[in-house]
Design a protein around this ligand. Sequence first.
Ligand code: PSU
Ligand code: MN
Length: 309
Amino acid sequence: MTTSSSPSLLVADDVADAIASGRAVVALETTIVVHGLPTPVNLEVAAECEAVVRAAGAVPATIGVVQGVLNIGMTPAVLERLADPGHHAAKLSARDLGLAVATHADGATTVAGTIAAAHTAGISVMATGGLGGVHRGAQVTYDESADLTALSRTPVLVVASGVKSILDIGATLERLDSLGVAVAGYRTSRFPGFYRSDSGFDLDWRVESPEVAAAAFAAHRLWSRAGFLLANPVDEERQLDARTHDDALSAALAHAQNAGASGKDVTPAVLAEFARHTAGASVRVNRDLVVANAALAARIAVALASLGS
Ligand code: PSU
Ligand code: MN
């Protein structure tokens, strides 16, 4: 059951109730489901994320645009329809939401699109796999994910396994610094590398518990309008081994370039080739880290709710 708050917005009843009573809610994105993971793993991961969020005592709010209506919380049937390749759902960053609504489009939200919608609805925690960032060669292409600028103006805590290893990680960390986004490692002093638990870059801050992460975010919000990136590394035993990772990375980057991928097609093209090159091993790691991030985000949302924040 869902309640229509306006003709272009549909907030699921359980999400609306939780927000109204100050209980924990975790926003989940849909780009990872529609454009990031292959079928049928994509829908399985989405269901697992919702399940681990509920198990931790929070309410999941999966966000996307369905026939021009921004859905905050959606049923598995609606998500399945959105993910159906026949529907050609668009990839929606924050700037695309108004256009998708006005043109009655179907679209999956990126981290940028998801936090814009979540914040407006009163949700302040989200989980994803890897945040978007500065692409390699951005000095020439200017390809820097709008996830970074969205985080710079949206006070939402995002749990991610760092940024995707296909990116220029050092440049991305510099941009997060310039943009005023708080960054901390969860039980690590090293920035995670998505498929690998350690990207090789140091972090200034680490937190050891969901309670401290929640307290840090609550304090951060007192004087900053920027977001907060909590970097949660994939389990070391579950990461992709270094050799497989590095081989797949060069192959995937070369493939995307030869295929002429540009703009919003770059990330999906590289991830798909990564999966092909590793015979699905990268998909298993991606699945593990996304589900772990959803579980951690839920514990932080619960801690934040108990702070009355
Ligand atoms: N995490 C994943 N897989 C993904 C993404 C995140 O494990 O596909 C998506 C998120 O929606 C993120 C987007 O916002 O990739 C970044 O896309 P781009 O580089 O085009 O900004
Ligand atoms: Mn881009």
